[in-house]
Design a protein around this ligand. Structure first.
Ligand SMILES: Cc1cc2nc3c(=O)[nH]c(=O)nc-3n(C[C@H](O)[C@H](O)[C@H](O)COP(=O)(O)OP(=O)(O)OC[C@H]3O[C@@H](n4cnc5c(N)ncnc54)[C@H](O)[C@@H]3O)c2cc1C
Ligand code: SF4
Length: 335
């Protein structure tokens, strides 16, 4: 599924070009279990072979100078496809590393394999002629100095800063990203609020349980892990969480969080079916998997000021890696 050219590449001793399956079960069996058609997180052509499959990529009629801002999965895929089509690409990334949020996603328990996507995209970019500028935060003036024909904004998204009403702040209330990057450390008793339903929430709960924390997860969904593929992912995740002592309360809408002092946090919830008010306490740390906000500032600042302007991936709307790669691929073909 992930690389139908695998046998040919192996025969030609191009093994490092093989887009290895990362065994994530997300885009193929996971998607099908959720009632969608077969796809692949890694290969945007799966299910779209006629339009995007082998032999369909044509060089651009007029090669352009293209600036891509952001080297998460969306920006890496735009840069790869645009360069293959003979555009002259400059890729800006403000971090010292390529990969965007997938670097953090790879720290989630059981999801290390997602970094394989960045590894493959990077290995392909290393074989192409493009200008990758790491450690540079592109802004309006830097971009206009380069005088590009086209600009693609792929700057991603960030955890929502204040997703619930109330007086609260780190280190009592932190995001999954702060936990995963080591920016924050959880206390012994953790309440994780899950509006994600995916690995970001369940995998962080598992990671904290592995560290010996006592973890309780609440969600407004019918069950924890509601966005996981039911055929394997959901079952295996729930089995591991149960064995590691993670407990759950579903059907809870969080109304408010209060707690600026250590050991003083109260999460006020409402059972969405019974309308019963429930106070969740006492916890040392509340961890939020409460969604992201798109980073729109640079796109809005450049609107109307550059020849061709596009945006792709999470900075359009925060979603997942598969959508970031599909959009990146399509924009790479449109340029
Ligand atoms: C903990 C966690 C777990 C996840 N788990 C999964 C999962 O299991 N499956 C899945 O499909 N998705 C998962 N995701 C979501 C997925 O990682 C994102 O949807 C995806 O990375 C979005 O890709 P992107 O390229 O649009 O943006 P990002 O990955 O956010 O990349 C944007 C890049 O732009 C750079 N940037 C920003 N501003 C500038 C600037 N001005 N100049 C230069 N560079 C800039 C940033 O440094 C970053 O590298 C997870 C995310 C997290 C945080
Ligand atoms: S979605 Fe994941 S498991 Fe499925 S084929 Fe693609 S890389 Fe492999």
């Amino acid at each position: 599924i992930c690389d139908p050219e695998l046998p040919n590449k192996a025969m030609e001793s191009r093994t490092d070009d093989i887009r290895n399956c990362i065994a994530c079960n997300q885009g193929c069996i996971g998607r099908m279990g959720l009632g969608y058609r077969l796809g692949c997180i890694h290969n945007p052509a799966v299910g779209e072979e006629k339009e995007l499959g082998i032999g369909t990529l044509e060089p651009a009629e007029t090669p352009k100078k293209v600036i891509v801002v952001g080297a998460g999965p969306a920006g890496l895929e735009v840069a790869r496809v645009a360069t293959l089509r003979k555009h002259k690409v400059i890729l800006f990334e403000k971090n010292d590393e390529l990969g965007g949020q997938n670097i953090i996603a790879g720290k989630v328990a059981g999801r290390q394999e997602i970094t394989g996507i960045t590894r493959w995209l990077t290995s392909q970019l290393n074989k192409l002629e493009l200008d990758i500028r790491l450690g540079i935060e592109a802004d309006e003036s830097l971009i206009s100095e380069e005088n590009p024909d086209a600009v693609v904004i792929a700057v991603g998204s960030k955890p929502r800063e204040k997703p619930f009403p109330g007086e609260y702040s780190p280190p009592q209330v932190v995001s999954t990203v702060q936990i995963l990057t080591g920016e924050a450390e959880a206390g012994e008793r953790v309440l994780l609020i899950d509006l994600d339903g995916h690995h970001q929430a369940t995998g962080t709960a598992e990671l904290l349980a592995d560290q010996g924390k006592k973890v309780h997860v609440i969600t407004s969904s019918l069950f924890i892990g509601s966005a996981l593929g039911p055929l394997q992912d959901l079952y295996l995740t729930r089995q591991r969480l149960a064995k590691k002592g993670v407990t759950f309360t579903p059907d809870i809408a969080v109304l408010e969080i209060q707690g600026t002092l250590p050991k003083d946090i109260i999460v006020k919830g409402l059972n969405v079916y019974s309308n019963e008010m429930i106070d969740f306490e006492p916890y040392d740390t509340v961890v939020l998997a409460a969604g992201n906000a798109a980073d729109e500032a640079l796109y809005m600042a450049l609107k109307g000021k550059v020849g061709e302007l596009f945006r792709v991936g999470d900075c359009v709307a925060p979603r997942k890696t598969d959508m970031a790669i599909i959009e990146g691929h399509r924009i790479g073909r449109m340029l």
